[in-house]
Design a protein around this ligand. Structure first.
Ligand code: PLP
Length: 340
């Protein structure tokens, strides 16, 4: 039996893409598949997103883009991060990629999107200046689309003013949060990552925005034991049974991406939500049971009603970080792709 199983539901991904397209109501959907599609597998996710109507792929590095170019020869691929070197630029040119330039010289003979810093205070130009002929798009990135509408409106107003003299160029500003809830941010295209994966950019239940989680993670009870009162489980004795307590050991730990600070979060054991107790180890964690259950009992870590958003809240982080951290190497996990 595998220690755990990850299922990627490309049917759900397609429905999320169609949902985003419906909400956008005209602007293009560009699928953000950087970091191996937030841990979901970039090549397959890209194919499903394009099949559902996305018209471009966005990645962080030239290397990520080259891996996709072989599979998707005619598709627009935009490298969001700065090219590291002139060799990167040459490779990008050869592979017909598009670059985002946020600083310094604009390379020639390759389509370029100029990135304006309208308030993110990170990558980006302070002003546009003269625009070379190979520039095809103008973009900006929003710092608070999930949390502060007034600041977002201020960023959008700066973007509108700076780009108004160039109506012939593509304009794009929205991430998932803005695509879903800020109509003024939509322009010609929206660059959506997290929502495609059925995760809420707002840390809420994704169903509120009509999204379905794409990743499901299951395992099983590998050992079940009765801790006598006063006995503990795990490093540091952080959980001590007050009275005799059944616990199950799940063969998944922080080396698999089930983070060490997930103590206290809930997973589904035999259909019921049960708390993770004690310190999460590298390769295992314990769950408190209310009765003896057989070894092999299924445990749902993510999906089927166990929200990654809930785990993120317990861990004090965001779903983006948890999803990117899930280990997909076949030595650790069995990965299956389904089309529901
Ligand atoms: C990652 C990224 C996005 C996608 O953000 P989501 O919140 O995942 O939709 C959009 N634009 C840029 C520039 C990014 O780096």
């Amino acid at each position: 039996m595998h220690r755990s199983e990850i299922t990627i539901d490309l049917g759900a991904l397609r429905r999320n893409a169609r949902r985003l397209l419906a909400v956008l109501g005209g602007p293009e959907l560009w699928a953000v598949v950087k970091a191996d599609a937030y841990g979901h597998g970039a090549v397959q996710v890209a194919g499903a997103a394009l099949g559902a109507g996305a018209t471009a792929l966005c990645v962080a590095t030239v290397g990520e883009a080259l891996a996709l170019r072989q599979q998707y020869p005619g598709v627009r691929i935009v490298v969001l991060g700065p090219p590291g070197s002139s060799r990167d630029v040459a490779k990008a040119r050869d592979a017909a990629l598009e670059l985002v330039i946020a600083d310094g010289e604009v390379p020639d003979a390759i389509p370029v999107h100029l990135k304006l810093d309208t308030g993110m205070g990170r990558w980006g130009l302070d002003r546009l200046g003269e625009i070379p002929a190979n520039v095809v798009g103008l973009m900006t990135h929003l710092a608070t689309a999930d949390s502060d509408l007034r600041f977002t409106e201020w960023q959008l107003e700066r973007f509108r003013q700076a780009t108004a003299p160039h109506p012939q160029l593509l304009r794009h500003a929205a991430n998932s949060a803005a695509a879903l809830r800020i109509p003024a941010a939509r322009f010609d295209a929206a660059r959506c990552g997290i929502a495609l994966y059925g995760l809420s950019p707002f840390g809420e239940d994704p169903a509120e925005d009509g999204l379905e989680p794409v990743l499901h993670w299951t395992s099983h009870l590998a050992q079940v034991k009765l801790l006598p009162g006063g006995y503990s489980t795990g490093y540091g004795r952080r959980f001590v049974a007050g009275e005799p307590t059944w616990i199950g050991i799940v063969p998944v730990g922080y080396a698999d991406g089930f983070r060490r600070n997930l103590t206290g979060t809930e997973v589904r054991v035999a259909g019921e939500l049960r708390p993770v107790v004690g310190t999460v180890s590298m390769d295992a964690f314990a769950v408190e049971l209310d009765r003896e259950l057989p070894v092999g009992t299924p445990v749902t870590l993510v999906g089927h009603g166990v929200l990654l958003e809930s785990h993120a809240r317990v861990a004090g982080t965001i779903t983006y970080e948890l999803a990117c951290g899930i280990e997909l190497r076949p030595e650790r996990v069995r990965k299956t792709v389904v089309h529901s």
